[in-house]
Design a protein around this ligand. Structure first.
Ligand code: ADP
Ligand code: MG
Length: 256
């Protein structure tokens, strides 16, 4: 696979990249995010786990401003999330997101999927954007599919294209919300391997997943959520061998 730089940050820049302070959100009567405090350092890989309905997706969506919050603050690289317009498009480029459903543009080829945002949001010229797109498709192992449409690809291939598309924008941080949950079992590893490689390359990542093998090998930190709260934060070793809360013990007993 071709070498291509994906992490945009200046090597000299250090410190906290994503900071959530006392974030709260309701859906009607449901208090879906409760006093969330979370700080993610540059280059850190944080795996978020927890039972269904605990607020993991809402948390990811709030960081990308696909959901608004009621109080508290979220900053990316020291800047508060913008509300609208071009600033918001740039935020979504800075915060790459990969969803459970692959969310590719169905009527665009794979190459176009990975090129479009670079031209529209990052204002690259088409040729440079296509070059970067091809290098990234090669990197995630789908360069042979460049001229096909998403529906012609397997789920694992589509998800790798989705990762390449996000990376094409030179994101500061990548959010993954259960990226392998909709995949047939034999395709899970090919996606996890791409994510492992990204982690090794120093990308800052927030990953919601039930893949505990990935959490053990790639995460610097595990964040366990339940009922809209962060119940526990620990290194993967600590968390899996010695979970402190009853909620985490109960959750792990069900999935391991
Ligand atoms: P998780 O990703 O941990 O499964 P979610 O963040 O998707 O949890 O959802 C947390 C809770 O918020 C769930 O009870 C869900 O039904 C509810 N919820 C999520 N999105 C909405 C919405 N747009 N409107 C109302 N309730 C929602
Ligand atoms: Mg979810």
């Amino acid at each position: 696979m071709t070498e291509v730089s994906v992490a945009k940050e200046d090597v000299a820049a250090t410190g906290d990249l994503v900071v959530l302070k006392s974030v709260n959100k309701h859906f009607g009567a449901l208090h879906v995010l409760q006093d969330i405090d979370l700080t993610i350092a540059r280059g850190e890989v944080v795996v978020v786990i927890g039972p269904s309905g605990s607020g993991k997706s809402t948390l990811c969506r709030a960081i990308n401003r696909l959901e608004t919050i009621e109080d508290g603050s979220i900053t990316i690289d020291g800047k508060p999330l913008p509300h609208e317009g071009k600033e918001l498009a740039r935020l979504r480029a800075d915060v790459g997101m990969v969803f459970q459903s692959f969310n590719l543009f169905a009527h665009k080829t794979v190459l176009e999927n990975v090129t479009l945002g670079q031209v529209k949001v990052r204002k690259k010229d088409k040729k440079a954007a296509e070059e970067r797109a091809r290098a990234l498709l090669d990197r995630v192992g789908v360069s042979a599919q460049a001229d096909k449409y998403p529906a012609q690809l397997s789920g694992g291939q589509q998800q790798r294209v989705a990762i390449a598309r996000a990376l094409a924008m030179e994101p500061k941080v990548m959010l993954f919300d259960e990226p392998t949950s909709a995949l047939d079992p034999e395709m899970i590893n090919e996606v996890l391997e791409v994510m492992q490689q990204l982690a090794r390359d120093g990308m800052t990542m927030i990953v919601v997943t039930h893949e505990m093998g990935f959490a053990r090998s790639a995460a610097n930190r595990v964040v366990f959520m339940a009922d809209g709260r962060i119940v526990e934060e620990a290194t993967p070793d600590q968390f899996f061998s010695n979970p402190r809360s009853d909620r985490a013990k109960d959750f792990l007993s069900k999935i391991l």
